[in-house]
Ligand binder design. Structure first.
Ligand SMILES: [Zn+2]
Length: 456
């Protein structure tokens, strides 16, 4: 493996350095707009955008509205009975509806046991099967426990019980009927939430009977829009990111447990919308020469459940995959170890000429393309993969690290390096221009073809 595939580009960075100040000053991609979009997507209000969840639904509509306001055309699925596409690419995944009708939870000591009221005293967070337990010792996670510590403390138990405040996000999210995607790993232990104060102290035991959850199809959506190109309008550059995250974690005590997913991947999603606005504005005002290829902007759901949204699109695309010149997937742009100079890295860069094309484009906006120790390994870890498996040149651009808040409630908007991210997004705009305008499409090399063959 070539450990330094970008060496040739160092010259380009030097040669193009004088253009940096000019292009940054002129850019309509602003830190203020990035803060605004990201601040909403990663807010507590959206509850960590789990697939499925009401917060994710709100995010989908926010993105569709954003594309519409920018003047893009919808390029998702047609609604039943209609021929025109909507902004939503609909698909469904197998899931479960958690049932509390017929369930029974009783708590107490010895013979003095009282029935708890579903919805009022306890709520069901997860369950994959019929479950019964008698005289089960009540073990609660420590208040304010780190979710990982709580998981460890509860590991190996058949039943996990969390005492949570009545105003906590996890309690509120468990109201009514909850739907979850069925994951093999979760086909086991049920997770029950007890309203704080319901359990009175040590030595209590539980009788629990839970009916089987109901198997259902869970409807989900990607958000897809197009900006038509000019002389190569029948070809597409896909600019995408996943807008889902991992939602709320059951967490004892007062801590909120919301996995905001600000870096992962509200940064990428924000970039997709802001870039769509940028290119649409350019086209509307005739500010720049129109791009030759069309741009397809896409926000995927269920990435965190195994790249399911992007796979659904690759299996049922709204444009022929043979017409897709490149997929530019954006992942985790906001948590660099150092902020200057702004840098980015590309997953599986050694598999195609994608990086060689991107490198001078990034450099023209002052962004340095660097190697990253896990870049090869992470090639298969995001939404570029389903496209690559079908032969489309598809990579992820990232501009940070796998930091300590990765998949934790600490992945908050306040911890994003906005100046760095803004520079990187401006650099990515130049990358998209390069892919949209150059005559030749990027190509896999022999190593890339071998890797894809293995991954099919
Ligand atoms: Zn991600």
């Amino acid at each position: 493996m070539n450990r330094n595939p970008f060496r040739a580009g160092a010259f380009a960075a030097l040669l193009l350095a004088p253009a940096v100040a000019q292009s940054e000053a002129a850019s309509d991609i602003t830190e203020a707009r990035i803060r605004e979009v990201l601040g909403f997507l990663a807010s507590d209000e959206l509850g960590g955008r789990d697939s499925p969840s009401p917060g994710q639904e709100r995010a989908a509509h926010f993105l569709a509205d954003g594309f519409a306001k920018a003047g893009l055309r919808p390029k998702g699925s047609a609604k039943p009975g209609e021929t025109e596409p909507s902004f939503f690419h609909d698909y469904a995944l197998p899931g479960l509806e958690l049932v509390t009708k017929g369930a029974r939870v009783a708590l107490g000591r010895g013979d003095s046991r009282r029935e708890l009221a579903a919805g009022e005293d306890w709520r069901l967070w997860d369950n994959g099967r019929v479950f019964t337990a008698t005289d089960e010792p009540l073990v609660l996670a420590a208040p304010d426990a780190d979710p990982r510590a709580a998981r460890r403390a509860m590991a190996g138990r058949n039943l996990r019980v969390f005492a949570v405040a009545a105003d906590s996000p996890v309690w509120l999210a468990a109201a009514g009927t909850r739907r979850v995607l069925s994951r093999r790993a979760q086909g086991g232990a049920p997770v029950i939430l007890l309203r704080e104060g319901v359990a009175s102290g040590e030595g209590e035991t539980l009788d629990v009977t839970l009916p089987a959850p109901e198997a259902i199809d869970v409807p989900l959506k990607n958000v897809v829009a197009v900006l038509p190109g000019s002389d190569l309008a029948g070809e597409f550059v896909v600019v995408c990111a996943h807008y889902d995250h991992i939602g709320i974690a059951p967490r004892a005590g007062a801590a909120d447990g919301i996995n905001n997913g600000a870096d992962d991947d509200a940064t990428g999603t924000t970039a997709v919308l802001v870039l769509a606005e940028h290119f649409a504005r350019d086209q509307e005002h005739g500010a720049a020469k129109p791009l030759r290829r069309s741009l397809l902007f896409a926000c995927w759901s269920a990435e965190e459940k195994g790249l399911r949204g992007s796979r659904a699109f690759a299996d049922d695309p709204t444009v022929p995959l043979a017409s897709v010149a490149a997929v530019v997937n954006l992942e985790m742009l906001g948590r660099p170890e150092r902020e200057a100079p702004p840098f980015a890295w590309i997953t599986g860069a050694e598999y195609s000429d994608f990086a060689a094309i991107a490198e001078p484009a990034l450099a023209s906006r002052g962004v340095v393309l660097e190697p990253f120790e896990m870049a090869t390994q992470l090639f298969g870890a995001s939404d570029n993969l389903p496209f690559a498996q079908k032969g489309v040149v598809a990579h992820s651009i990232s501009a940070g690290t796998l930091h300590r808040d990765y998949h934790q409630p600490g992945d908050e908007p306040s911890r994003i390096a906005y100046a760095h991210m803004t520079s990187v997004v401006r650099g990515i705009a130049a990358v998209i221009e390069a892919f949209a305008n150059r005559d030749a499409k990027p190509e896999w090399n022999d190593e890339g073809r071998r890797v894809i063959e293995r991954r099919r």
